[in-house]
Design a protein around this ligand. Structure first.
Ligand code: RP5
Length: 158
């Protein structure tokens, strides 16, 4: 079982969503990656989320561009926390505002924790997933804290 399931709408999202997996692996959190689409493969998406939840996946990260319904579709299936990463599709409207609004504007009762657009958002999704898991894992919480301290030291060093 992987603690985090990373799902993306297309293989064209892979290079950006890699930042989430890299961050998680750096923090010692096991994750798995799937290309599944809310629109193109809805049944396979449902099967994966249901099966991953049964295997013990704790958090889902979902990245999609354009009409980015992937995170919302996953949140509709599971009550595990879902983090949405809006991506800039090749035909993006307003630099990715289309995906940002599609991901963030969930109806009351079915939340998606939406992070920033693109690669920074993907990296933050990895950190946020680790922070969620760290609420029940002191060693992981320590690694997340160390990463923050490393960042602060870099800034202070100029
Ligand atoms: C979305 O449409 C995907 O998440 C991707 O960001 C975008 C373009 O997908 P492709 O047409 O390249 O497969 O569903």
């Amino acid at each position: 079982m992987s603690a985090v399931g990373i799902v993306m709408g297309s293989s064209s999202d892979e290079s950006v969503m890699k930042a989430a997996a890299d961050m998680l692996r750096g923090l010692g959190v096991d994750c798995e990656t799937r290309v599944l689409s809310a629109h193109r493969t809805p049944e396979a998406l449902r099967d994966y989320v249901t099966e991953a939840e049964r295997r013990g996946t704790k958090v889902f990260i979902c990245g999609a561009g354009g009409a980015a319904h992937l995170a919302g579709a996953v949140a509709a299936i599971t009550t595990r926390p879902v983090i949405g990463v809006p991506l800039v599709a090749p035909n993006a409207v307003a630099g990715g505002l289309d995906a940002l609004l599609s991901t963030v504007q969930m109806p009351r009762g079915v939340p998606v924790a939406t992070v920033a657009l693109g690669e920074a958002g993907a990296a933050n999704a990895g950190i946020l997933a680790a922070e969620i898991i760290a609420t029940a894992d002191d060693e992981l919480a320590g690694r997340v804290r160390m990463m923050r301290e490393g960042m602060a030291a870099k800034v202070m060093a100029g």
